[in-house]
Design a protein around this ligand. Structure first.
Ligand code: ZN
Ligand code: ZN
Ligand code: FE
Length: 783
């Protein structure tokens, strides 16, 4: 007989790990104990050599589906006690300082079967769950992850539930949210003013309302949804008008994968992603003959689809007359965080909805639906929230306890400790007090859940971001990080790259070390420093930030920078701009000529805006990224399936499109893109073709220059990051073209390449700068 002590760290709490170990030990005739401790799960195991080897192998290979093992350490047990069989020890209350709380997980198959079985005691119970599924992060107040520390503490378990909870052989052993209709939370039906309505079946009432095109406010897992019939133009129009969301595409929920397949073409990887435990909204290629009204997702190539993830979603779809596609959008006033509280929802959303489904299980922390897209068989997360947060990103470098405060738009923050980084859920634009409050609440919550007390902080170089101000007020050593350096290091961290790399960062905006706005950059990036090697030549931003919302302003700026004053003569405008207001054009022209309120930018996002407007695709954006998304859609519609081969033949543009300036930096001429566009418009080429050419020209120019920089620096690795790389033509095209030129491209996946990924990059740069005493980017006078 041999004895061994095994320490397992990772996501091993609240995922059925101890019953798994218990059952495994019984099967292999191992005696000993298993317990949750502050360090992780500790196992004392005794058995013969063969049994122990099988046991150790199975711990890794057969671990429960929701667990994620980060490390296993073993040491011999000299003098092992004489264990009487195998037992699960009660967890010590100090458990959890390096324990990790799992994310919220979609309903599992076993629970779904019980939910739809009339003979089961949880038949049609909207809160059914087990150790393999259900709420976690959204109900946890603090560690250790035990029922009294969750919002389930107000629901004492009935005898039957308690028995399941205590039985190591049961699927609900230590399932903290375990409940049934006798003892657990319940749903209720209300009118739009919150008045309770008695009825026989809430689900039937709700489905009947949905089939009559009404809008429901449904309290869900991480917040409220606004829900309506996706087949009804009128229902969608009502929702859009009430919410003040004129054009932004709406995501839908459908009952199952077969239905999803009717509306979108789904690859194997997309299929797996839709059905993954996380159940994100997946952006899929729309089929051409869709039965949906035009106002569901106008002028975009993709449709966002998710599958039901709570028992309540399934109950709706199990009703025969439920529409097989429901619009499910965040229950919020545009720009502020989603509502989580019943009273708050009634106060804020009553004029959006016709009825509410409420429930009485408190949502401790707000978590939006996650959004992801598969490009070249790899999952790219665009919004990282429900299902993914708070799973850690494991990195190869040791960080001090750090908080990275993130960016301004699409913001997240990130906590770092040892070799793990915990990016927060998507917080949103820190543009108002409500969002800022959510930011602060989430910081406090995540600190509590992981027991991390930051010793240092990192923030963006932009002095006016609310997140930067928060960082400055913390009274901790503060590392200010350049925005695009953070974008680059975020991707380096995900790919465990520590040597110097080249970074192509195509982005909306970020504060540069020279005080101008950057966003079309090639950097030489290292973990704690960077050099700006190249950038797009400057365009003026007429009216500053307002230019980002009104692409037509960028069209004028681009005409001015390309053709001078002549370009601004309305008689010289391309026909695509003929719908613009003449007086407004004159006002902007005079701003440009007089250099009045026209800060300079090298942003790629703003170049996209200019092109979208020049092509008549989009003159005013009603949501962030709209013009770029619609430009991509036009190009994709036009692109043949072999477009990547065409990309390699695309060498119409000479290397004279970039030149070295007085500071030795390479400038990529924005005017060259504009010239080609105007020329093509003159030749009356189809808009889709010109849009596709623009993508190709951008890829070709950056790739050629990157190849040249690789030769000069001897660096072969290239990271791709920034908001513009959510564009699939750019991401696929760059990956393809760089590879063909003998370079090694790396992209984001687990963490967004948009500003949601900034905080991870900041945590690494700030943390490692602190450890290595590297000077602060904010204090250094860089060019
Ligand atoms: Zn389950
Ligand atoms: Zn019960
Ligand atoms: Fe950015």
């Amino acid at each position: 007989m041999q004895g061994v002590k095994i320490l397992i760290q990772g996501i091993v709490q609240g995922v059925g790990f101890r019953p798994f170990v218990y059952n495994l030990a019984s099967r292999l005739d191992i005696s000993g104990t298993v317990s949750n401790t502050s360090e992780g799960v500790i196992i004392h195991a005794c058995g013969n050599d063969e049994g122990l080897n099988l046991f150790k192998a199975a711990l890794k290979n057969e671990a429960p589906p929701l667990s994620r093992i980060l490390s296993i350490e073993e040491s011999p047990l000299y003098d092992p006690p004489d264990f009487d069989g195998f037992s699960i020890l009660i967890s010590s209350s100090s458990a959890g300082s390096s324990a990790i709380i799992p994310p919220d997980i979609s309903l599992c198959d076993d629970c779904f079967n019980e939910l739809s079985d009339p003979n089961d005691r949880r038949y049609q119970y909207p809160f059914i769950n087990c150790t393999n599924c259900g709420p976690r992060f959204t109900i946890v107040n603090t560690i250790p992850y035990d029922r009294p520390k969750t919002s389930m503490h107000v629901f004492p378990m009935c005898k039957k539930c308690q028995k399941e909870y205590e039985d190591p052989g049961n699927r609900r052993f230590h399932a903290q949210p375990n409940a049934c209709q006798v003892c657990g939370p319940s749903i209720s039906w209300h009118d739009k003013d919150g008045k309770h309505i008695n009825c026989d079946s809430i689900i039937e009432e709700a489905v009947s309302a949905l089939s009559q095109d009404r809008v429901l406010g449904i309290r869900g897992l991480g917040g409220f949804h606004l829900v309506t019939n996706a087949f009804s133009f009128k229902a969608i129009q009502t929702l859009r008008e009430r919410k003040g969301r004129p054009a932004k595409p709406l995501a839908i929920m459908v009952p199952d994968i077969a239905t999803a397949n009717k509306f979108a073409s789904i690859s194997k990887s997309e299929h797996d992603l839709l059905l993954s435990p996380e159940h994100p909204i997946v952006l899929l290629k729309k089929r051409s003959d869709l039965p949906f009204p035009k106002n569901l997702a106008p002028d975009v190539h993709d449709i966002g689809i998710m599958l039901p993830y709570t028992p309540l979603h399934h109950l709706l779809f199990l009703q025969n007359d439920c529409p097989i596609a429901l619009v499910m959008t965040s229950g919020n006033i545009s720009g502020v965080p989603i509502c989580i509280d019943n009273n708050d929802a009634i106060a804020r959303l009553s004029h959006f909805v016709d009825n509410f489904i409420l429930h009485n299980r408190e949502i401790v922390t707000r978590v939006d639906d996650s959004v992801a897209k598969v490009i070249s068989n790899k999952t790219h997360i665009y919004r990282r929230a429900r299902g993914y947060v708070p799973s850690p990103i494991v990195i190869p470098w040791k960080l001090p306890n750090i908080i990275a405060c993130g960016s301004g738009l699409k913001s997240t923050f990130c906590l770092g400790r040892e070799k793990t980084a915990f990016p927060s859920q998507h917080i949103g634009d820190l543009a108002n007090m409500e969002s800022y409050d959510f930011f602060i609440e989430s910081i406090n919550h995540l600190k509590q859940v992981f027991g991390v007390e930051p010793e240092i902080a990192a923030c963006d170089l932009h002095p006016d971001y609310m997140s930067s101000r928060y960082g400055a007020e913390l009274d901790l050593p503060l590392y200010k990080v350049q925005h695009h350096h953070a974008h680059a290091v975020s991707v380096m961290a995900e790919n465990s790259i520590e040597e110097p790399t080249l970074a192509i960062i195509l982005d909306g905006t970020g504060y540069g070390t020279d005080g101008t706005s950057w966003g079309g950059e090639i950097l030489q990036a290292e973990l704690t420093s960077f050099t700006r090697l190249a950038h797009l030549s400057h365009l003026a931003l007429p009216g500053g930030d307002a230019a980002a919302k009104e692409p037509w302003r960028m069209a004028l700026a681009s005409l001015y920078s390309t053709f001078g004053k002549n370009g601004l003569m309305i008689s010289n405008f391309p026909k695509t701009l003929s719908c613009l207001d003449e007086n407004k054009c004159k006002a902007i022209s005079s701003m440009l000529i007089n250099k009045f309120n026209t800060p300079a930018t090298s942003s790629c996002g703003r170049l996209f805006d200019a092109v979208a407007s020049l092509l008549g695709v989009q003159h005013i954006s009603t949501y962030e990224g709209q013009s770029a998304i619609e430009l991509e859609t036009r190009a994709l519609k036009y692109a043949p399936s072999t477009w990547k081969d065409d990309l390699l033949k695309f060498t119409k543009h000479k290397s004279s499109t970039f030149n070295q300036n007085d500071h030795g930096k390479w400038e990529i001429s924005s005017a060259e893109f504009v010239k080609v566009i105007i020329d093509s418009l003159g030749k009356e080429k189809p808009i889709g073709a010109i849009a596709l050419d623009f993508h190709f020209q951008l890829i070709e120019t950056f790739t050629t220059l990157t190849r040249q920089l690789a030769d000069q620096t001897g660096i072969n690795k290239v990271v791709l990051s920034g908001g513009c790389l959510q564009n699939s033509i750019l991401l696929e095209g760059f990956t393809h073209a760089l590879t063909k030129k003998g370079l090694e491209p790396f992209t984001a996946g687990n963490v967004p390449s948009n500003d949601g990924g900034i905080s991870l990059g900041q945590a690494i740069i700030g943390g490692l700068s602190h450890v290595s005493s590297t000077p602060n980017e904010g204090n250094e006078n860089r060019r």
